[in-house]
Design a protein. Structure first.
Length: 178
């Protein structure tokens, strides 16, 4: 990888390759790394402890990751969150970080509807054929909401369509109760 970056990012003799990396290139590497690390971690746990244990731990990891991400967003970016606007902004940040292309987010009544037609994590799961990202997706949205709005916030998340089940998109409905 270092040789590839040195040969393709314009690093000159004696310089460092990072001098010539753009923020977009670094962000793309980070996006790729998150997905690959998630998959590698899942496969390692599955190999040692079985698929069920890997799936349970993966869901727990996404719960924790998204909650901490939501808390950091609240601390550093959205210090006085308001539903639904602040959550829509949080989704935009998270989806950009995770490289979820082909996405649309809309409001339908009181529900936020997220539709994704191109997701690297979903593709990796489909390729491996060992799990379904629906449960982790639901818990990720709940974790983000709890991080931004507090753990006592009542969030209802339903995964209503799934690319891995043959649907035209992954669709998630998110509502705040009370």
């Amino acid at each position: 990888m270092v040789a590839y970056l040195n040969n393709n990012c314009g690093a000159e003799e004696g310089g460092t390759m990072t001098q010539n990396l753009t923020n977009e290139t670094i962000l793309n590497l980070a996006r790729l790394s998150v997905g690959r690390l998630d998959g590698a971690w899942f496969m390692a746990v599955a190999k040692k402890y079985g698929i069920e244990a890997a799936w349970e731990m993966d869901v727990e990891a996404w719960k924790q990751f998204s909650y901490v991400m939501g808390k950091n967003i609240r601390k550093n970016l959205i210090t006085e969150p308001v539903w639904p606007g602040s959550f829509l902004n949080t989704l935009e940040i998270a989806m950009n970080l995770l490289g979820m292309r082909g996405r649309s987010v809309s409001m339908e009544g009181n529900a936020i509807i997220v539709r994704v037609t191109d997701c690297d994590i979903q593709k990796a799961i489909a390729k491996a054929g060992i799990a379904d990202c629906g449960i982790a997706t639901v818990e990720t949205y709940k974790g983000l909401a709890h991080g931004v709005f507090g753990k006592d916030t009542d969030i209802v998340v339903r995964h209503t369509k799934n690319l891995n089940h043959g649907d035209d998109c992954c669709e998630v409905m998110i509502e705040r109760s009370g």
